[in-house]
Design a binder for this molecule. Sequence first.
Ligand SMILES: [Zn+2]
Length: 470
Amino acid sequence: MFSRLRSRFLLLIACILVLPLGAQEAKRAKYVFLLIGDGMGVNQRYLAEQMLRYTSGDPKRQLVMNQLPVQGLTTTYSANSVITDSAAAGTALACGVKTNNGKIGVLPDGTAAVSIAEQAKQAGMRVGIITSVSIDHATPAVFYAHEGGRNSYYEIAASLPKSGFDFFGGGKSLGDQPNYRRNRPSVVDLATAKGYRLIDSLAGLQAATPGTPVWAYSPVVDGAAAIPYEIDKTEGIIPLADFATQGIRLLDNPNGFFVMIEGGRIDWACHVNDPMTAAIETQAFDRVVEIACAFQRQHPDDTLIVVTADHETGGMSFGSTFTGYAFHPEPLAAQTVSYEKLVGYASRYRKENTPYFDVSTELRQLLGLEVLNHWENELLRNALEMTKVAPADRHYDWAQLERYGKNEPLAVACLKIVSSRAGLGWGTFAHTGTPVQTSAIGVGAERFADLYDNTELCNRMRELMGLPKP
Ligand SMILES: [Zn+2]
């Protein structure tokens, strides 16, 4: 009797000891989303949210990414600079290693690093890479290519079919353009030979069935093979959100998937200090976060979503000399065209030698500015003079270089007026070294709640996916 009681007691103790271990056994992240806003610093997110509140009339409205339960901060420095470029930052996020600026999926000495996407594919998961810029641009490239220089677009694009990844979507290939390809075989032909189905319409994408690898791109792209800015409402594009929806549908399978989706043009807008274009691109990227979250709600026990940025661009700040402590969303909401469109107008003014009065009248209409004050008129007049000089013949003094960078002076001047009226400041036309905000939800999301490096972000995702650190 006593021994039976004792054995029951021991069994109970054993259960108490073992059960919590069993209950704590880490769940594997089977459906994994890595969502990267290129150049999307804390203030880019904050501006997109402020503008969402203003345009929706709901003062409490939040971006979906800002509502995720876990928020952390990520450092972005590269191996050779506090200020990273997208190649080094992407390599850190994709491969978990530091490299020098400009390098794609390789260590500083050129040795290839293994990406989390390549490991996921090897482990039997499906893999997708989606971006609003060209598919061979630095951020998407680091997941499937290994090149010493980010501008080797053809070589990068030629690695795409070799990856065997299941879905590529978004912009076209820059490397396949004649100036990069030269006399080498078309990347489209290389992909077809490897069994990829090439799709360039939304209907075609919607009709695609899982199983065959797909490379889908927007039928309408700009000169850099990227999907045009949302603010410009270009006809005939496939928006990033549609690539996300269709990509997820094609990737979904019982062995799980890893998908990287990049909002690539937030960075491009911030490189020219274009406030509302950046805000709208960030809002478009947030719709992708929303789509991922809808999937997560259906698969709450197996899904991990991590939203981050590779770096901040532009040194955007809230508060300007002219507005003091005020922020005015109205001049931002009135902006209806991107920097890129303004460059088109500037070229025409140069070609037609348009007088200042006509220029300022047209630009005021485009930007929703009723009257220009003395300083704004001076700025536009000075910029127009520079714009009328052919780009190759321009000589900048220090002040002009600080004001316009090497961008189109008139277009930058317009956006400077909008930013300054709104109460936004900009520190640079390049990247900054400030840490970025990372948000997460799902399996193991709590691992992303502190301050950590971008390499660590990759390695924590690896652990949660059950992948080794190579
Ligand atoms: Zn950039």
